[in-house]
Unconditional design. Sequence first.
Length: 198
Amino acid sequence: MTTGGYIPGRLQVGADGRVTGPATITYNHPFPCVNGTFGSGAMQGVVMHTMVCNLPHCIDLFNDPAKQASAHFGIAQNGRIHQFGPIGKGWIAWAQMAGNLAWYSIEHADNRDPNNPLTDAQITASAQLVELLSRFAGFPLQVTDSVTGKGYGVHYMGGKAWGDHTCPDLPPGHVRSHQRPAIIALARQIRNQPAPKA
């Protein structure tokens, strides 16, 4: 395991939809960010995205109304999580077009190169978020490559209906896509820990 045997703690969703817990988490201002709407229902899973930039620039983009783009979360190379909108309040991020209503979205910083693998800190933070969102919404901790599946998917699986992207990485390597099994494995370890005491 890339985390050196360390298993991070579980995150929680607060009454206001903000994620809290044993991680470095910042919240968008305003919250939620301007690029998003309300009206989503049951969620099928999480979609992995890549920023093609770093977190500060991504935050600027998602707070620009002209860009018409957002995500639920962004993760910097050092594992810092930035939350753009609430969980459990029906907030829709504008991340994957036809997939927006039923999928959470996590952007990962890549220093402008989608072939850069996720750092250990990003894998840890992503596993914490995937575990939380799976537990919260009731979808399984598994990899999926289908828009009709449930679990941890990728942007390009949606084809033209999702914007016809190669995100979160580039063929033929699909470096970041292939890191999802490690994220799911760590998420399962997080899930199997004793629940935190209130």
